[in-house]
Design a protein around this ligand. Structure first.
Ligand code: GDP
Ligand code: MG
Length: 595
């Protein structure tokens, strides 16, 4: 155990975590040159496309230092986006140390501070790593200053490196083995293992990544899952190097995967503890944050016959992703589907994209909503996230909305823009702290305003420099209403949304006008109305279609005609027929980007 080091790589997005992980693998020759494709850890196709890490992954590599001493390094590449903070906390609880990677050109950003604080809370040894020193704009002096000012951790063991060129990487590996303590724990005591991650493998069934805290996990052993008290036999054990490699056992301090040949994907909940059936432990390993979704939206398969496949897909995705919540739901306009809970918009987009790509499912999404807390007259507390639920409770004493404490870090020159943005989002200033180059703005902002497109607006009001980190803080009294949308007098439940009463009128106008631009002309007039409490407060009309698409196309240009017809056909395919009106898929979501 003395030669094992478990650590995570934490950083703000794009500061170089994945690249650094790749460089470690290459230097320690976990992979041959040929196998070393660029960024092996970001294996999910979607991750490559977006250039972000979604799932934390573990790799065990062998490092031999200059004195020929052998070390086994378990490192976990963590995601850096705000939506995925829970993945980071999960990874961290399996480690003794963390590399805090900072881009030497960008300096410290909001997530650098947020993840570093998480690591500090868990008492991990933190090694600051100044990355990208190969770039001419690198300014390590400034970053060191920022570490002192903004984080306050020791800068004594800082390592400067370039994950891209490999400069300083060996020095970093040496710092890791000397500064990060080996895991504690006892091989001879009762088995206690933490489930860091679980996923479904088509051949092995449920596979879980575990960190053994105490004892030994042996092939064939009868184990028990702490929360369910269910027993299973360990079928296969292994590690990732990053290629999967079978092993006969894992002992305390080690990290690896196990599979019990289970098909029921709910058997190995992430964050749970595995113990032995013979001598089960009395307490679970704690340290895992319970994750609750921050936004909810309805997802419906376009084709009703895909409902069953959709359910299976969500089941599988939710094993891979502990934060994904789903529950069957019926909508009058969209049929059978699921109410789903997500950590944020990016998370929602990723799930949708995975449903489309991995399961070939075409899904329609309704407008996302946050959770509201309702106190009834008889002092019951209920939580709702569905607009139609608002009308279910007649005797309401108070409605409260979730408020997030936001930490925004920005270069000083954008402060004006950002203060404006925050006040437009009904934000309340909590604190402003000036540092040498940057400023930290602390705001309490309603979650409903953040989940929409706050992040994008923040980026565009600061030329991309401002960064954001937020967390739910409390519920606060609010005045909200349910806005219903009618199309040719038929209420479309999937288009209802909860909005703040203050600007509900102007909002309603914007929404009907937006829908007007999205729904194509039909053979008849289409009337779009917005309604609050049965009062129509906005309306727009889509005039009936007069000319056909080919009317402008005189003469014989057949290829152009075909193109137009093709385009029309494509447009048709993407529609959802509601009554006589065909509504494009985008309608349901587009409303929500209005601000
Ligand atoms: P992550 O989001 O923290 O995992 O960041 P990535 O590892 O995906 O890196 C983000 C970008 O920075 C990629 O385009 C990398 O090629 C680049 N990058 C990472 N490390 C270095 C470095 O040391 N030098 C330079 N020049 N670019 C780097
Ligand atoms: Mg990455």
């Amino acid at each position: 155990m003395k030669n094992i080091r478990n650590f995570s790589i934490i950083a703000h997005i794009d500061h170089g975590k994945s690249t650094l992980a790749d460089r470690f693998i290459q230097i320690c020759q976990g992979l041959t040159e040929r196998e070393m494709s660029n960024q092996v850890l970001d294996s999910m196709e979607l991750e490559k496309e977006r250039g972000i890490t979604i799932k934390a992954q573990n790799v065990t590599i062998k490092y031999i230092n200059k004195n020929k001493k052998i070390f086994y390094l378990n490192f976990i590449d963590t995601p850096g986006h705000v939506d995925f903070a829970y993945e980071v906390s999960r990874s961290l609880s399996a480690c003794e140390g963390a590399l805090l990677v900072i881009d030497s050109c960008q300096g410290i950003e909001a997530q650098t501070i947020a993840t570093c604080n998480m690591a500090l809370k868990m008492n991990l040894t933190i090694i600051p790593v100044l990355n990208k020193i190969d770039l001419p704009t690198a300014n390590t002096q400034r970053v060191i200053q920022e570490i002192k000012e903004l984080i306050g951790i020791s800068t004594k063991h800082i390592v400067k490196c370039s994950a891209k060129t490999g400069t300083g990487i060996t020095e970093l590996l040496d710092t890791i083995v000397t500064k990060i303590p080996p895991p504690s724990g006892c091989i001879n005591s009762t088995l206690q293992a933490l489930i860091i991650d679980s996923w479904f493998d088509n051949y092995l069934g449920v596979v879980s990544l575990v960190r053994i805290k105490n004892g030994k996990l042996i092939q064939g052993l009868k184990i028990q899952v702490f929360s369910t008290k269910k027993n299973y036999y360990v079928n296969k054990i292994g590690i990732f190097t990053p290629k999967s490699k079978n092993k006969n056992y894992l002992h305390s301090g080690e990290v690896g995967w196990i599979s019990c040949g289970i098909k029921n994907i709910k058997s190995f909940p992430v964050g749970d503890t595995i113990t032995s059936s013979k001598h089960p432990i009395k307490t679970s390993i704690c340290g895992f944050k319970k994750i609750k979704p921050k936004i909810y939206a309805g997802l419906f398969p376009r084709k009703t016959e895909n409902y069953k496949l959709f359910r299976i897909a969500l089941e599988k995705l939710s094993l891979n992703d502990a934060s994904l919540f789903y529950q069957p739901e019926f909508s009058h306009s969209l049929g059978f589907g699921f109410k789903c809970g997500f950590l944020g918009l990016l998370h929602m987009e990723i799930i949708q994209a995975r449903l489309e790509r991995e399961y070939k499912l075409d899904v329609i999404s309704t407008i996302p909503s946050v959770i509201y807390e309702i106190q009834t007259l008889d002092n019951n507390i209920v939580y709702i996230y569905h607009p139609s639920d608002l009308s279910k409770y007649k005797k309401i004493k108070e409605i409260r909305e979730p408020i997030a404490r936001c930490n925004i870090l920005t270069p000083i020159k954008y402060i004006g823009n950002i203060l404006n943005l925050c006040s437009n989002k009904r934000g309340k200033q909590h604190n402003i702290i000036y540092h040498s180059n940057q400023v930290t703005l602390q705001y309490d902002i309603p979650m409903s305003e953040i989940v929409v497109n706050f992040f994008d607006q923040l980026k565009s009001s600061s030329q991309g420099y401002a960064s954001l980190e937020y967390d739910f803080k409390y519920f606060q009294k609010t005045d909200i209403v349910c806005l219903d949308i009618l199309i040719n007098t038929k209420k479309i439940d999937a288009l209802s949304l909860i909005i703040h009463r203050e600007n509900s009128k102007s909002q309603a106008h914007k929404i009907v006008n937006k829908i007007k631009t999205i729904i194509p002309k039909h053979q008849f007039n289409i009337v779009i109305q917005a309604m609050i409490n049965n009062n129509i407060i906005a309306r727009a009309t889509i005039k009936q279609l007069r000319k056909n698409v080919l009317s402008k196309c005189y003469g014989g240009d057949i290829s152009r005609k075909r193109k137009l017809l093709e385009k029309q056909k494509k447009g048709k395919k993407k529609m959802k027929q509601i009554g006589n009106v065909k509504i494009p898929k985008e309608t349901f979501f587009s409303i929500f980007s209005i601000k």
